[in-house]
Design a protein around this ligand. Structure first.
Ligand code: ADP
Ligand code: MG
Length: 240
């Protein structure tokens, strides 16, 4: 599929009186691995959910390529999202979990099978296709969640702290795998994390978010060398 970038223009979102996204403006290039870094409560998940079309509709524009997706239902946005909690169906096998989104699209069975196999192959889990989620480790479960998302061939991949439930050593391994997969597929990716090392070691560029406002956007090197303000300097200096 043709690569598309994302452009977000003046995005605002409030829950009642609480402003959670206070005017987000940014552009992500086609094929870019873009990290969103920020403390808990800064609006990272809300932003991803707004792009995916979950939750209340924000004000502003969200473009994928030149298509404004802000008013489309989630399934028409060509966006795939992976969550911290994996969100697998416990009563379905690995294969059935990965097939789920494709079945919703009413594709022919043979086509579904081949897409599922290809996605499981990409994450190295073809051998475990008939297991149930409870029979897998956390890392394997997250690979299934990734396969399920890749199988629908999204234009944009949204990752909401996908590695946060894994132990430290596995987290390092998985982020390498994730980056290798992203490069192989050339998928425009937004990776949300509160872990600065994770953002530094993966991203082409990153944004630091606080209070629903982007504090700075740039390469990891630029943010470390020339933090735009005290918040960025403090956050990059002290977070772990
Ligand atoms: P992050 O992912 O950066 O930790 P979130 O986007 O989850 O932050 O949350 C940002 C803010 O929005 C928090 O103050 C949170 O309490 C609030 N919030 C998130 N979801 C809801 C909701 N459904 N209703 C009310 N407030 C919410
Ligand atoms: Mg979050």
């Amino acid at each position: 599929m043709e690569k598309s970038g994302i452009r977000i223009e003046d995005l605002h979102l409030s829950f009642g009186e609480t402003t959670v996204l206070a005017g987000i403006n940014m552009e992500i290039l086609p094929g870019e691995f873009f990290a969103f870094l920020g403390p808990s409560g800064s609006g990272k998940s809300t932003l991803l959910r707004a792009i995916a079309g979950f939750g209340p509709a924000p004000r502003g524009r969200i473009l994928i390529g030149d298509r404004d997706i802000a008013d489309l239902p989630p399934w028409k946005r060509n966006v795939g999202m992976v969550f911290q909690s994996y969100a697998l169906w416990p009563h379905l096998s690995v294969r059935q979990n990965v097939a789920f989104g494709l079945e919703e699209r009413r594709l022919p069975k043979r086509e579904i099978d081949s897409k599922v196999d290809a996605a499981l192959e990409l994450v190295g889990l073809l051998q475990l296709a008939d297991r149930m989620p409870a029979q897998l480790s956390g890392g394997q479960q997250q690979r299934v969640a990734l396969a399920r998302t890749i199988a629908i061939e999204p234009q944009v991949l949204l990752l909401d702290e996908p590695l946060s439930n894994l132990d430290a050593a596995l987290r390092v391994q998985m982020r390498r795998e994730l980056l290798a997969l992203q490069r192989k597929l050339g998928l425009t990716t937004i990776f949300v994390t509160h872990d600065q090392e994770e953002a530094n070691t993966t991203s082409d560029r990153m944004a630091v978010l606080d209070g629903g406002v982007i504090q700075q956007i740039g390469t990891p090197q630029e943010l470390y060398d020339t933090p735009a303000n005290g918040f960025v300097a403090g956050f990059l200096g002290t977070a772990n």
